[in-house]
Design a protein around this ligand. Structure first.
Ligand code: C2O
Ligand code: CU
Ligand code: CU
Length: 511
C-alpha cells in the first residue's frame, strides 16, 4: 500500500503535532475568556518633578497582589503600583532623570521602548538592576511627540516579568502635538489602552508559558485585560475619543475593529503622528506596537472594541494552521466596551491633516543589511525544535531554534556596528512559519515596503516595531542619530517575548 503525497503529509503533520502537543486536546489553551468585570481604569499620570527642562521621575519596581478575577488575588509585578506602571509624560527637549529602584526580589531592568538615547541608558539586558538597588537613567528627549512605553528587558526573563506586570506607557509631547485640534484631556477624551491577554491557574494566579506550544508560539492567554481590568466598560465622556492603543501582550497579535464595523481614524503609529488621519475599520496590532486612533461616538451607542480572526497569517502549512486554530492563537475576543449614551458633545472633529509628512530619504542609506528571522529546527519537527529551543535558552549560538541571520542571541557577542549620523536599509525577512514583530532600539524607522509593495498609509510615519509575516520581506530605513558608544550595544529582536527570550535577538553598536 502506498500513501498519496497528501496522506503522507497529513500523517506526518498529525504525528509531528502530537510530539508538540502532548497535553493538549483543545481544552486547555482555547478556554473561554473570563467574564468582563469592571469599569475602565485610567492609570495614574506622572509628570515627574520639573525644574526647567529637567524632569525627575522616581519609579519603584514592586511586587503586589491584584484583584483581577472576582474572588481571587493574583500575585503581580508593578511600577509604583500593584500591576503595570504610571503613564510618564515629558516634552521633546527635556532631560529626564529616572530613578528605578528594584524591590521585586530578583534582578530586573527597565527599557525605554521607542526612545533614541545613549546605550548605557537604554535599560536593555546590560543595564541590570540587582534586587534592592537603584539605577538612574538620564537622557535628553530628541524625537517627535508619540506614545512610547517602558518594560522589563531582563535577559531570558523579559516575557515572564512583563507578563506579571512590568510595563507602562511614556508619552512624549512637542510643540506640534500641543497645537493639534484633537482630544487631549487625559483620562477624559484621551485614553491610554494597554491591551494584554492573560491565562489563569485554578487558584487565580497568572499561568505563564508552562506548555511547549506556548514557548514556540509565544504565551497566549484566554482572557483580555485593558489597563489590568478584564474587558472593561468605558463610560465615554465626550463624543470624540482618542484611544492610545498599546499591544502590551507577550505574543498575541490583534485584528482590532468595532462590532458595528464603524470606521475609526488612525492618527499616530509607534513614534510619530501621521500626516493625516487614515480611515479604517480593521487594524492589525502586533506586540510592542502602538496606534493612536480617533473614534467618533456621536451616535451615542454602546459599542464593543473587538479583535477578529485573521490576525495571524501563517505560512499555510496544514500543521501550523491546525495548531493555531485549535489552540486559540487566532480567535475572536471582546477587548472593551464603550458606552457613549451619556457622552457630551466634543469640541473636536476628525482633522483633515495633522503634521508635515515625515520622509526619510532612502538615497541617504549607506548600505542594505539583511535581517533574516527563522526558527531553524522547525522543519525537523518537534524534537528538533525542542533541541534548538534549549540551545537558545542557554544563550549559546548553536544556530538552532530562534535566530536572526542564523545566530541565536549571545550577550557577549556584538553582531555588527553602524555609523552614527547615517542610515541603513534593513531587509527584514521571515523564513519561519510564524509571524514575528521585529523591533530595533535607539531609532525611529520608516517602512519602505513589503514584498516590493509600498507601505500602507497607516504605517507611513515613524515606527520602532514592524510585523513581518511568513514569506514576507519588509524593507525599513533605519537612521542612527545623536548617540554613539563603541562598546555598549543596543538590541534588535522579535517582540514576541518568548521568541526574544529564547534567542531571536541580536546586538549592535553605534560608533
Ligand atoms: Cu520593547 Cu527590546 O524592547
Ligand atoms: Cu525597545
Ligand atoms: Cu518571533
Amino acid at each position: 500500500m502506498t500513501l498519496s503525497r497528501r496522506q503522507f503529509i497529513q500523517t506526518l503533520g498529525i504525528s509531528t503535532a502530537g510530539l508538540l502537543l502532548p497535553t493538549l486536546n483543545g481544552s486547555l489553551l482555547a478556554k473561554e475568556p473570563y467574564a468582563a468585570t469592571d469599569t475602565f481604569i485610567v492609570p495614574p499620570l506622572d509628570y515627574g518633578q520639573r525644574n526647567g527642562n529637567h524632569v525627575t521621575f522616581n519609579l519603584n519596581l514592586q511586587r503586589g497582589k491584584s484583584h483581577i478575577l472576582p474572588g481571587f488575588t493574583t500575585p503581580t509585578l508593578g511600577i509604583n503600583s500593584n500591576y503595570l506602571g504610571p503613564v510618564l509624560r515629558a516634552k521633546r527637549g527635556d532631560t529626564v532623570s529616572i530613578n528605578v529602584q528594584n524591590n521585586i526580589g530578583e534582578e530586573s531592568t527597565l527599557h525605554w521602548h521607542g526612545f533614541t538615547l545613549p546605550a548605557t541608558m537604554d535599560g536593555g539586558p546590560h543595564q541590570r538592576i540587582a534586587n534592592g538597588s537603584t539605577w538612574n537613567a538620564k537622557f535628553q528627549i530628541r524625537q517627535p511627540a508619540s506614545t512610547l512605553w517602558y518594560h522589563s528587558h531582563e535577559f531570558h526573563k523579559t516575557g515572564e516579568q512583563v507578563y506579571k506586570g512590568m510595563a507602562g506607557l511614556f508619552y512624549v509631547d512637542d510643540e506640534t502635538s500641543d497645537q493639534l485640534a484633537i482630544p487631549s484631556d487625559y483620562g477624559i477624551d484621551d485614553l491610554p489602552v494597554v491591551i494584554q491577554d492573560r491565562a489563569f491557574t485554578a487558584d487565580g494566579e497568572f499561568r505563564y508559558a508552562s506548555m511547549m506550544p506556548e514557548k514556540m508560539h509565544g504565551m497566549h492567554g484566554d482572557t483580555i485585560l485593558v489597563n489590568g481590568v478584564i474587558t472593561p466598560t468605558l463610560q465615554a465622556r465626550k463624543t470624540l475619543l482618542r484611544l492610545r492603543l498599546l499591544n502590551g501582550s507577550n505574543a498575541r497579535i490583534y485584528n482590532l475593529g468595532f462590532n458595528d464595523n464603524r470606521s475609526f481614524y488612525h492618527i499616530a503609529g509607534d513614534c510619530s503622528f501621521l500626516a493625516s488621519p487614515v480611515s479604517m475599520n480593521r487594524l492589525i496590532l502586533a506586540p510592542g506596537e502602538r496606534a493612536e486612533v480617533l473614534v467618533d461616538v456621536s451616535d451615542r451607542k454602546r459599542i464593543t472594541l473587538k479583535s477578529y480572526k485573521g490576525a495571524i497569517k501563517s505560512s499555510g502549512s496544514g500543521m501550523m494552521g491546525m495548531m493555531m486554530g485549535r489552540m486559540g492563537f487566532d480567535r475572536e475576543f471582546d477587548i472593551m466596551q464603550i458606552d457613549a449614551r451619556q457622552a457630551e458633545t466634543s469640541p473636536y472633529a476628525i482633522p483633515r491633516s495633522l503634521i508635515r509628512p515625515i520622509r526619510l530619504n532612502p538615497n541617504e542609506a549607506v548600505r542594505t543589511r539583511p535581517m533574516e528571522m527563522s526558527m531553524g529546527m522547525m522543519g525537523m519537527g518537534g524534537m528538533g525544535m525542542m533541541g534548538g529551543m534549549m540551545r537558545g535558552r542557554r544563550g549559546g549560538n548553536g544556530g538552532g531554534g530562534f535566530t536572526i541571520n542564523g545566530q541565536s542571541m549571545d550577550i557577549n557577542r556584538i553582531d555588527f556596528s553602524v555609523q552614527r549620523n547615517t542610515s541603513e536599509i534593513w531587509e527584514v525577512s521571515n523564513t519561519s512559519p510564524l509571524p514575528h514583530p521585529f523591533h530595533v532600539h535607539n531609532t525611529q524607522f520608516q517602512i519602505l515596503g513589503r514584498n516590493g509593495k509600498a507601505a500602507k498609509a497607516h504605517e507611513s510615519g515613524l515606527n520602532d516595531t514592524v510585523l513581518v509575516n511568513p514569506n514576507e520581506v519588509v524593507r525599513i530605513l533605519v537612521p542612527f542619530r545623536y548617540y554613539s558608544d563603541s562598546k555598549r550595544p543596543y538590541m534588535y529582536h522579535c517582540h514576541n517575548l518568548e521568541h526574544e527570550d529564547q534567542g531571536m535577538m541580536g546586538q549592535f553598536t553605534v560608533v
